[in-house]
Design a protein around this ligand. Structure first.
Ligand code: HEC
Ligand code: HEC
Length: 335
């Protein structure tokens, strides 16, 4: 008769079997299955060498303590991506760190800062990321994120080909230039690669909706589209990270839009070109990326009209056709 109260051998054997069966069934097999049945989405690209090094810096610096990379299937997560995260999203980031170290999990469980699943989409500028890592307060005055100055070097006389940061005077010593180390550049390459790839099924819908938009704009030539999207929200989502919500800019990095001559010019040509193509005219400011790929004509017109009528600015509104014409003339210039 088997008596577990007196026979320690059976007790250990049965517990051990139970442990092994449970481990296999609950942990090992599902992990194995999920690993073998996961393929990257068609539009995902493998990580570059620099991005992989950046991922390691992300782990080394403990960024995961404050940042998640997972969009859950609940309403409050909808701001962080166009869809909930799926296993395929992590296909390329399962880079084994070494023989004894597993591939890192950067899904995270603390969200002191924003989720980074789509960080590369929201914030495509290298200059912004470098300033933000050097000292987050330069670009987000109320930020509580720590600074990472050790990813940068102070140099009196940097070589010509070295990238230096355009930093407001109060954030650095006089006479020194701040040069990002490779770790900073790699980390930024990684952050910029964080983009949620569209699911195949999302595409036709997306294409359809752009077609509809195009048709709508073609059908209504000669009359302005009655309602533009909300320019203020678009400004806050697209421009305010650099130019700040109140249009005051960051001296030495991003120009103020309040009182800007470009914005208040009666002729909107230059302004529309800047938003479409980006701008890097002056050495005392960083570089602005172009938004031609990200914003529709309607959205650009809405943002511009918001800027032309806010913060004491005062200039006549532009129409969707002003933007459309300039976009077409730019496209005709550059083959
Ligand atoms: C103590 C918590 C904390 C740590 C650690 C931290 N962050 Fe942040 N992070 C924040 C907060 C809070 C914000 C929002 C305010 C801001 O933009 O600075 C933020 C914002 C960001 C943003 C902008 C995201 C967006 O969509 O606007 C990026 C990118 C970022 N952090 C990257 C990093 C990286 C890379 C590291 C590691 C080197 C890191 N963070 C470490 C708290 C943290
Ligand atoms: C990544 C940071 C960044 C973002 C995002 C950004 N800008 Fe800029 N913007 C700049 C920088 C830097 C300059 C100055 C470039 C120079 O003069 O060399 C600039 C210049 C401008 C100017 C010229 C202002 C003047 O008086 O000279 C306008 C207008 C402008 N931006 C509008 C916008 C609008 C509209 C958006 C959103 C669609 C936007 N910017 C988003 C960085 C940014």
């Amino acid at each position: 008769m088997l008596n577990l109260h007196t026979d320690h051998r059976s007790l250990v054997t049965i517990s051990l079997l139970g442990f092994l069966i449970l481990s296999l069934g609950v942990a090992v097999l599902p992990a194995y299955q999920s690993q073998n049945n996961t393929e990257p989405l068609p539009q995902m690209e493998p990580m570059s060498e620099a991005e992989i090094r950046g991922l390691r810096i992300f782990i080394r610096e403990g960024c995961v303590a404050c940042h998640t990379q997972q969009v859950r299937n609940i309403e409050m997560d909808q701001t962080w991506g166009s869809r909930p995260s799926i296993p395929s999203d992590y296909y390329y980031s399962k880079q084994r760190m070494g023989f004894w170290q597993q591939s890192p999990s950067v899904l995270g469980s603390e969200r002191t800062g924003p989720d980074l699943t789509n960080a590369g989409m929201r914030q495509p500028s290298i200059d912004w990321h470098l300033l933000h890592l050097y000292n987050p307060r330069i670009v987000v005055p109320e930020s509580i994120m720590p600074s990472y100055p050790w990813l940068f070097e102070d140099k009196i006389n940097p070589a010509k080909e070295e990238k230096t940061l355009t930093i407001p005077a109060e954030f650095k010593e006089q006479g020194v230039e701040i040069v990002p180390r490779r770790a900073a550049l790699d980390l930024v390459a990684y952050l910029q690669s964080l983009k949620q790839a569209p699911l195949a099924s999302q595409q036709p819908e997306f294409i359809q909706s752009t077609h509809k938009k195009l048709e709508a704009s073609q059908n209504s030539v000669n009359q302005d589209l009655p309602s533009l999207p909300d320019g203020k929200n678009l400004y806050l989502a697209t421009c305010s990270a650099c130019h700040q919500a109140d249009g005051s800019g960051v001296p030495g990095a991003f120009p103020a839009l309040a009182g800007s001559a470009v914005i208040n010019n009666q002729d909107p040509q230059m302004l529309i070109r800047i938003v479409l193509q980006g701008y890097d005219a002056r050495p005392d400011f960083a570089q602005m990326p172009g938004f031609a790929d990200q914003l529709s004509d309607e959205e650009i017109a809405a943002i511009i009209n918001y800027e032309r009528s806010s913060w004491d600015n005062n200039a006549p509104a532009v129409t969707v056709y002003d933007v459309k014409n300039i976009r077409e003339s730019i496209m005709n210039q550059t083959p």
